[in-house]
Write a protein that binds this ligand. Structure first.
Ligand SMILES: Nc1ncnc2c1ncn2[C@@H]1O[C@H](COP(=O)(O)OP(=O)(O)OP(=O)(O)O)[C@@H](O)[C@H]1O
Length: 281
Protein backbone atom coordinates (compact mmCIF):
# COMPACT_ATOMS: atom_id res chain seq x y z
CA UNK A 1 0.00 0.00 0.00
CA UNK A 2 1.33 3.45 -0.82
CA UNK A 3 1.77 6.25 1.67
CA UNK A 4 -1.05 8.11 -0.07
CA UNK A 5 -3.50 5.41 0.90
CA UNK A 6 -2.74 4.69 4.51
CA UNK A 7 -6.16 4.26 6.14
CA UNK A 8 -7.07 7.31 8.22
CA UNK A 9 -6.81 6.58 11.95
CA UNK A 10 -10.26 6.37 13.52
CA UNK A 11 -12.05 6.92 10.19
CA UNK A 12 -15.78 6.27 10.05
CA UNK A 13 -16.99 3.01 8.55
CA UNK A 14 -13.55 2.02 7.33
CA UNK A 15 -14.19 -0.10 4.30
CA UNK A 16 -12.39 -3.23 3.18
CA UNK A 17 -12.86 -2.92 -0.53
CA UNK A 18 -12.15 -5.26 -3.41
CA UNK A 19 -9.89 -4.50 -6.35
CA UNK A 20 -11.00 -3.49 -9.84
CA UNK A 21 -9.99 -5.61 -12.83
CA UNK A 22 -10.90 -4.68 -16.37
CA UNK A 23 -10.01 -6.18 -19.71
CA UNK A 24 -12.22 -4.46 -22.22
CA UNK A 25 -12.77 -3.20 -25.70
CA UNK A 26 -15.08 -0.33 -26.58
CA UNK A 27 -15.99 0.40 -30.20
CA UNK A 28 -17.64 3.57 -31.39
CA UNK A 29 -17.52 4.14 -35.12
CA UNK A 30 -13.87 4.35 -36.12
CA UNK A 31 -12.77 4.72 -32.52
CA UNK A 32 -11.64 1.70 -30.55
CA UNK A 33 -10.46 1.59 -26.93
CA UNK A 34 -8.55 -1.44 -25.75
CA UNK A 35 -7.40 -1.55 -22.13
CA UNK A 36 -6.50 -4.10 -19.49
CA UNK A 37 -5.87 -2.90 -15.97
CA UNK A 38 -6.05 -3.79 -12.32
CA UNK A 39 -6.42 -1.34 -9.47
CA UNK A 40 -5.98 -2.59 -5.92
CA UNK A 41 -8.29 -1.64 -3.05
CA UNK A 42 -7.15 1.74 -1.78
CA UNK A 43 -5.10 2.45 -4.89
CA UNK A 44 -5.62 5.35 -7.32
CA UNK A 45 -4.63 4.91 -10.94
CA UNK A 46 -4.08 8.20 -12.76
CA UNK A 47 -5.25 8.10 -16.39
CA UNK A 48 -3.51 10.54 -18.73
CA UNK A 49 -3.34 11.12 -22.45
CA UNK A 50 -4.23 13.62 -25.15
CA UNK A 51 -7.76 14.73 -26.04
CA UNK A 52 -9.74 11.95 -27.66
CA UNK A 53 -7.45 9.20 -26.29
CA UNK A 54 -10.38 7.39 -24.69
CA UNK A 55 -9.94 8.38 -21.06
CA UNK A 56 -13.58 9.36 -20.47
CA UNK A 57 -14.70 6.34 -22.48
CA UNK A 58 -12.75 4.08 -20.08
CA UNK A 59 -14.44 5.64 -17.07
CA UNK A 60 -17.89 5.50 -18.69
CA UNK A 61 -17.35 1.78 -19.42
CA UNK A 62 -16.64 1.12 -15.74
CA UNK A 63 -19.55 3.32 -14.63
CA UNK A 64 -21.99 1.71 -17.08
CA UNK A 65 -22.83 5.02 -18.75
CA UNK A 66 -21.50 4.43 -22.29
CA UNK A 67 -23.79 6.07 -24.80
CA UNK A 68 -25.34 3.12 -26.61
CA UNK A 69 -27.40 5.48 -28.76
CA UNK A 70 -24.10 6.60 -30.32
CA UNK A 71 -23.60 2.98 -31.47
CA UNK A 72 -21.06 2.27 -28.73
CA UNK A 73 -20.40 -1.39 -27.92
CA UNK A 74 -18.51 -2.87 -25.01
CA UNK A 75 -16.96 -6.34 -24.87
CA UNK A 76 -14.78 -7.95 -22.24
CA UNK A 77 -14.90 -7.94 -18.49
CA UNK A 78 -15.06 -5.35 -15.71
CA UNK A 79 -15.14 -6.74 -12.18
CA UNK A 80 -14.90 -5.53 -8.61
CA UNK A 81 -13.54 -8.48 -6.69
CA UNK A 82 -15.53 -11.44 -8.01
CA UNK A 83 -18.54 -9.26 -8.96
CA UNK A 84 -18.83 -8.82 -12.71
CA UNK A 85 -20.19 -5.38 -13.56
CA UNK A 86 -20.62 -5.47 -17.32
CA UNK A 87 -24.20 -6.81 -17.30
CA UNK A 88 -25.32 -4.50 -14.49
CA UNK A 89 -27.04 -1.16 -15.10
CA UNK A 90 -25.19 1.90 -13.82
CA UNK A 91 -27.35 2.31 -10.72
CA UNK A 92 -26.47 -1.20 -9.47
CA UNK A 93 -22.71 -0.78 -9.79
CA UNK A 94 -21.98 1.20 -6.60
CA UNK A 95 -19.67 3.49 -8.48
CA UNK A 96 -18.94 7.03 -7.34
CA UNK A 97 -18.45 8.93 -10.60
CA UNK A 98 -17.47 12.57 -10.89
CA UNK A 99 -17.91 13.43 -14.55
CA UNK A 100 -16.09 16.17 -16.44
CA UNK A 101 -19.23 18.30 -16.20
CA UNK A 102 -20.97 18.05 -12.82
CA UNK A 103 -24.37 17.20 -14.35
CA UNK A 104 -26.38 17.80 -11.22
CA UNK A 105 -30.05 16.91 -11.40
CA UNK A 106 -31.47 20.38 -12.10
CA UNK A 107 -34.87 19.74 -10.50
CA UNK A 108 -33.29 18.65 -7.19
CA UNK A 109 -31.59 20.83 -4.61
CA UNK A 110 -27.98 20.22 -3.51
CA UNK A 111 -28.93 17.98 -0.58
CA UNK A 112 -31.24 15.82 -2.70
CA UNK A 113 -28.55 15.55 -5.38
CA UNK A 114 -26.14 14.19 -2.78
CA UNK A 115 -28.89 12.04 -1.21
CA UNK A 116 -29.70 10.40 -4.51
CA UNK A 117 -27.29 7.48 -4.17
CA UNK A 118 -28.05 7.07 -0.49
CA UNK A 119 -31.79 6.88 -1.21
CA UNK A 120 -31.20 4.43 -4.06
CA UNK A 121 -29.50 2.19 -1.52
CA UNK A 122 -32.42 2.34 0.88
CA UNK A 123 -31.72 5.26 3.23
CA UNK A 124 -34.78 7.29 4.22
CA UNK A 125 -35.06 10.90 3.09
CA UNK A 126 -34.45 12.64 6.42
CA UNK A 127 -31.21 10.85 7.43
CA UNK A 128 -30.05 11.01 3.81
CA UNK A 129 -30.50 14.80 3.77
CA UNK A 130 -28.77 15.07 7.15
CA UNK A 131 -25.77 13.17 5.79
CA UNK A 132 -25.87 15.31 2.65
CA UNK A 133 -25.75 18.44 4.83
CA UNK A 134 -22.63 17.05 6.52
CA UNK A 135 -21.09 16.46 3.12
CA UNK A 136 -21.92 19.98 1.99
CA UNK A 137 -19.98 21.26 4.99
CA UNK A 138 -17.07 18.99 4.16
CA UNK A 139 -16.86 20.26 0.59
CA UNK A 140 -17.02 23.89 1.72
CA UNK A 141 -20.72 24.62 1.05
CA UNK A 142 -22.26 24.73 4.53
CA UNK A 143 -25.94 25.60 4.61
CA UNK A 144 -26.43 25.31 0.83
CA UNK A 145 -28.76 22.28 1.20
CA UNK A 146 -31.60 23.96 -0.67
CA UNK A 147 -29.56 25.51 -3.48
CA UNK A 148 -30.36 24.32 -6.98
CA UNK A 149 -27.71 23.83 -9.65
CA UNK A 150 -28.68 27.11 -11.34
CA UNK A 151 -27.86 28.98 -8.13
CA UNK A 152 -24.39 27.45 -7.85
CA UNK A 153 -21.21 28.38 -9.73
CA UNK A 154 -19.42 25.75 -11.82
CA UNK A 155 -16.91 25.16 -9.03
CA UNK A 156 -19.68 24.82 -6.44
CA UNK A 157 -21.52 22.33 -8.65
CA UNK A 158 -18.28 20.36 -8.91
CA UNK A 159 -18.11 20.24 -5.10
CA UNK A 160 -21.68 18.91 -4.92
CA UNK A 161 -20.81 16.33 -7.58
CA UNK A 162 -17.81 15.20 -5.52
CA UNK A 163 -19.97 14.89 -2.41
CA UNK A 164 -22.62 12.97 -4.40
CA UNK A 165 -19.99 10.54 -5.67
CA UNK A 166 -18.45 9.82 -2.29
CA UNK A 167 -21.38 10.01 0.15
CA UNK A 168 -22.92 6.64 -0.70
CA UNK A 169 -19.76 4.63 0.16
CA UNK A 170 -19.04 3.47 -3.40
CA UNK A 171 -17.03 0.35 -4.23
CA UNK A 172 -15.18 2.14 -7.03
CA UNK A 173 -14.45 5.85 -7.44
CA UNK A 174 -14.06 7.47 -10.86
CA UNK A 175 -12.80 11.05 -11.14
CA UNK A 176 -12.80 12.81 -14.51
CA UNK A 177 -11.04 16.17 -14.23
CA UNK A 178 -12.82 16.41 -10.89
CA UNK A 179 -10.78 19.39 -9.66
CA UNK A 180 -10.47 21.28 -12.94
CA UNK A 181 -13.31 23.77 -12.33
CA UNK A 182 -11.87 24.83 -8.96
CA UNK A 183 -9.44 27.60 -8.08
CA UNK A 184 -6.01 26.45 -6.88
CA UNK A 185 -6.66 26.69 -3.13
CA UNK A 186 -10.04 24.96 -3.29
CA UNK A 187 -8.59 22.26 -5.52
CA UNK A 188 -5.82 21.57 -3.00
CA UNK A 189 -8.33 21.29 -0.14
CA UNK A 190 -10.65 19.00 -2.07
CA UNK A 191 -7.81 16.75 -3.23
CA UNK A 192 -6.96 16.30 0.43
CA UNK A 193 -10.57 15.50 1.26
CA UNK A 194 -10.76 12.94 -1.55
CA UNK A 195 -7.44 11.40 -0.52
CA UNK A 196 -8.66 10.97 3.07
CA UNK A 197 -11.98 9.57 1.89
CA UNK A 198 -10.34 7.06 -0.45
CA UNK A 199 -8.04 6.00 2.38
CA UNK A 200 -11.08 5.47 4.59
CA UNK A 201 -13.08 3.58 1.99
CA UNK A 202 -10.12 1.50 0.74
CA UNK A 203 -11.64 1.24 -2.73
CA UNK A 204 -9.95 1.34 -6.15
CA UNK A 205 -10.07 4.68 -7.97
CA UNK A 206 -9.44 5.83 -11.54
CA UNK A 207 -8.58 9.50 -11.96
CA UNK A 208 -8.49 11.12 -15.40
CA UNK A 209 -6.52 14.33 -15.34
CA UNK A 210 -4.41 16.76 -17.33
CA UNK A 211 -3.08 18.27 -14.12
CA UNK A 212 0.21 17.20 -12.56
CA UNK A 213 -1.01 18.47 -9.18
CA UNK A 214 -3.81 15.87 -9.23
CA UNK A 215 -1.32 13.12 -9.98
CA UNK A 216 1.03 14.40 -7.34
CA UNK A 217 -1.65 14.44 -4.65
CA UNK A 218 -3.57 11.29 -5.47
CA UNK A 219 -2.12 8.90 -8.04
CA UNK A 220 -0.21 5.82 -6.97
CA UNK A 221 0.41 4.80 -10.58
CA UNK A 222 -0.28 6.32 -13.97
CA UNK A 223 -1.82 4.74 -17.06
CA UNK A 224 -1.18 6.58 -20.31
CA UNK A 225 -3.66 6.24 -23.19
CA UNK A 226 -3.25 7.36 -26.78
CA UNK A 227 -5.79 6.75 -29.55
CA UNK A 228 -7.49 4.07 -27.49
CA UNK A 229 -4.31 2.14 -26.67
CA UNK A 230 -2.33 1.89 -23.46
CA UNK A 231 1.09 3.40 -24.16
CA UNK A 232 4.22 3.96 -22.13
CA UNK A 233 4.24 7.66 -22.68
CA UNK A 234 1.34 9.82 -23.79
CA UNK A 235 1.94 12.64 -26.24
CA UNK A 236 0.92 16.04 -25.08
CA UNK A 237 -2.24 17.79 -26.26
CA UNK A 238 -2.00 21.36 -27.52
CA UNK A 239 -3.44 23.98 -25.24
CA UNK A 240 -3.59 27.62 -26.29
CA UNK A 241 -4.01 28.97 -22.74
CA UNK A 242 -1.57 31.63 -21.52
CA UNK A 243 1.30 30.64 -19.21
CA UNK A 244 0.71 31.45 -15.55
CA UNK A 245 3.86 33.04 -14.24
CA UNK A 246 5.23 31.63 -11.03
CA UNK A 247 3.37 28.34 -11.45
CA UNK A 248 5.41 25.29 -10.59
CA UNK A 249 5.46 22.86 -13.48
CA UNK A 250 5.29 19.25 -12.51
CA UNK A 251 5.76 15.99 -14.31
CA UNK A 252 5.36 12.32 -13.59
CA UNK A 253 7.89 9.62 -14.28
CA UNK A 254 6.23 6.79 -16.19
CA UNK A 255 7.04 3.10 -15.99
CA UNK A 256 9.65 3.36 -18.74
CA UNK A 257 11.41 6.30 -17.15
CA UNK A 258 9.77 8.84 -19.49
CA UNK A 259 8.07 11.95 -18.23
CA UNK A 260 4.47 13.00 -18.69
CA UNK A 261 4.11 16.71 -18.07
CA UNK A 262 0.73 18.23 -17.36
CA UNK A 263 -0.12 19.22 -20.94
CA UNK A 264 -1.59 22.63 -20.37
CA UNK A 265 1.56 23.63 -18.52
CA UNK A 266 4.07 22.24 -20.94
CA UNK A 267 2.53 23.75 -24.02
CA UNK A 268 2.35 27.23 -22.63
CA UNK A 269 6.06 27.39 -21.86
CA UNK A 270 8.60 28.56 -24.42
CA UNK A 271 11.19 26.02 -25.58
CA UNK A 272 14.25 25.93 -23.37
CA UNK A 273 12.35 26.82 -20.18
CA UNK A 274 13.73 24.91 -17.24
CA UNK A 275 10.97 22.99 -15.49
CA UNK A 276 10.79 21.73 -11.97
CA UNK A 277 9.70 18.12 -12.08
CA UNK A 278 8.64 16.44 -8.92
CA UNK A 279 8.76 12.66 -9.05
CA UNK A 280 5.52 11.00 -7.96
CA UNK A 281 6.57 7.86 -6.07
N1 LIG B 1 -21.04 10.39 -27.17
C1 LIG B 1 -20.14 10.25 -28.17
N2 LIG B 1 -20.55 10.02 -29.44
C2 LIG B 1 -19.67 9.86 -30.45
N3 LIG B 1 -18.33 9.89 -30.28
C3 LIG B 1 -17.86 10.12 -29.06
C4 LIG B 1 -18.73 10.31 -27.93
N4 LIG B 1 -17.96 10.51 -26.83
C5 LIG B 1 -16.67 10.46 -27.25
N5 LIG B 1 -16.60 10.22 -28.56
C6 LIG B 1 -15.36 10.01 -29.36
O1 LIG B 1 -14.69 8.89 -28.79
C7 LIG B 1 -13.29 9.10 -28.75
C8 LIG B 1 -12.76 9.03 -27.33
O2 LIG B 1 -13.27 10.13 -26.60
P1 LIG B 1 -13.03 10.34 -25.04
O3 LIG B 1 -13.98 11.42 -24.61
O4 LIG B 1 -13.10 9.05 -24.33
O5 LIG B 1 -11.52 10.89 -25.00
P2 LIG B 1 -10.75 11.59 -23.81
O6 LIG B 1 -9.40 10.97 -23.75
O7 LIG B 1 -11.56 11.54 -22.55
O8 LIG B 1 -10.63 13.08 -24.33
P3 LIG B 1 -10.68 14.49 -23.51
O9 LIG B 1 -9.33 14.65 -22.85
O10 LIG B 1 -10.91 15.50 -24.58
O11 LIG B 1 -11.81 14.42 -22.54
C9 LIG B 1 -13.04 10.46 -29.42
O12 LIG B 1 -12.76 10.19 -30.78
C10 LIG B 1 -14.37 11.16 -29.25
O13 LIG B 1 -14.55 12.11 -30.27
Amino acid sequence: MSDKRRPAAGGRNSGSGAGLTADLEVRRGEFRLRAALTVAPGETLGVVGPNGAGKTTLLAAVAGTLDERAGTTLTGSIAVGARELTALPAWRRRVGYVEQKPRLFPHLDAADNISFGLRAHGMRRRPARALAAEWLERVGLPGRDRARASELSGGQQQRVALARALAHTPEVVLLDEAFAALDMDSAAGLRELVRDELARLQVPALMVTHDGDDLDALADRVLALDRGQVVDRAPVAPDPGPAESGREVRGTVTADGGVVVAPHHRNTLPPGTEVILRVVR
